[in-house]
Design a protein around this ligand. Sequence first.
Ligand SMILES: Cc1cc2nc3c(=O)[nH]c(=O)nc-3n(C[C@H](O)[C@H](O)[C@H](O)COP(=O)(O)OP(=O)(O)OC[C@H]3O[C@@H](n4cnc5c(N)ncnc54)[C@H](O)[C@@H]3O)c2cc1C
Length: 413
Amino acid sequence: MKVTIIGGGVIGLCSAYYLQKEGIEVTVIDRGDITDGCSFGNMGFMSPSHFMPLASPGIISEGFRHMMSSSSPFYIKPRLNLDLMRWGWHFWKSSNAKTADNNAAHLDAILQLSRRLINEMKIDLGNNFSMEEKGCLMLCKKQEALDHEFHTADAAEKFGLKVERLNRDQVQALEPDVELDVCGAVLFKDDCHFHPGQFMQTLHEYLVTKGVNFQLNTEVTGFERSGDKINAVITDKGKIDADQFVIATGSWLPITAKMIGVKLLLQAGKGYSYTYPHVEKNIKYPAILVDGRCAITPWANKLRIGGTMEISGINNKVLIKRMEGIYSSVKNFYPGLQIDTPPADKIWYGFRPVTPDGLPYIGKPKNFDNLVIAGGHAMLGISEGPGTGKLVRQLIEKKPSSIKIRAFELDRF
Ligand SMILES: Cc1cc2nc3c(=O)[nH]c(=O)nc-3n(C[C@H](O)[C@H](O)[C@H](O)COP(=O)(O)OP(=O)(O)OC[C@H]3O[C@@H](n4cnc5c(N)ncnc54)[C@H](O)[C@@H]3O)c2cc1C
């Protein structure tokens, strides 16, 4: 069997990984050279702890609260755009406790599946991507945020996750070299972190050695089909045929899917990061600054800070104020951390593919027999990547899936 995957982000490469393991001939097409993009400059968290979807109670009011501030962590740019309005309507409809709890169970399933699989991948690929299994701190500045995080910790325990509730001194004891100013934290012990760029590079190199064909700097512009079957993808370099096709184009999923008449609701959520190449006295634990709404990841002496969710379409505009907002949040939580404001010309940004309900799209469009679509993982593409790759393979081989995937159906909106 020949499978062609469109998109060489983490979802495309994890799908290639599981497909080639079955002896399937795989081609990955990407319009870039897969050295940058959303799957590279992110925070590198693999987070079973993140079972609560973005669309959850309180998020709408928080969005409105931040709307006017240019350094805010969450922002939806109002636009007269029908897709955005439909997306916003379904986002609002999903942001209630009942739907969020229901979706949390599905997120938990794919997150825990991925977490198990990354351990196998680490052995198979070799840990050249700085993976560490020390958990992730959810740091809180205010008691109110900590109370809420303790509540999430209770829910996490119900999903079988291991957590530790920490007061200010216990958090400080974990970071002996850097002074913190927080009221406490929850340590989610099942979370792990790695360097996402190194992971992508390691996976790419591994796939090349296993015979996966990469057609890079090649843009897909259409499909050739007969009836319910796709025969080939049309690219700016010619046609590429296969028996089965996977679309994994991240934030460009609606554009690619539209080429074959499939409509998907999805918005790009821009986020920023900056990586300090050398921090003398670095922190030891990756953390989410809960009421600072940003994140921080150490890899030995390297340190990445990042965050923001800016739903403003796909554009190359870098709002420096948002990165400054992240920096001041970090300094606020870690007054002892010796880092400077990120230089404006070195700020990285990427587009998270955000669905209205926080669940990914993983499935086959009803009117196509040989196509799988996988994407829309929002803030959790790294965390859900290995699980998604395995599910894609199972869909293509028409085998039972490792977890229930009905909630990820493409036509749910
Ligand atoms: C600041 C930030 C921090 C984040 N932190 C984390 C984290 O800690 N943990 C986590 O789990 N997730 C995190 N994420 C989210 C994660 O990065 C994304 O969910 C994930 O990278 C999406 O992967 P993808 O493969 O779906 O899309 P992408 O990585 O965007 O890949 C899609 C690929 O498709 C290609 N493509 C698109 N259209 C075409 C076309 N027509 N022809 C050919 N190729 C095409 C693109 O070039 C691209 O390479 C973060 C995101 C951001 C922005």
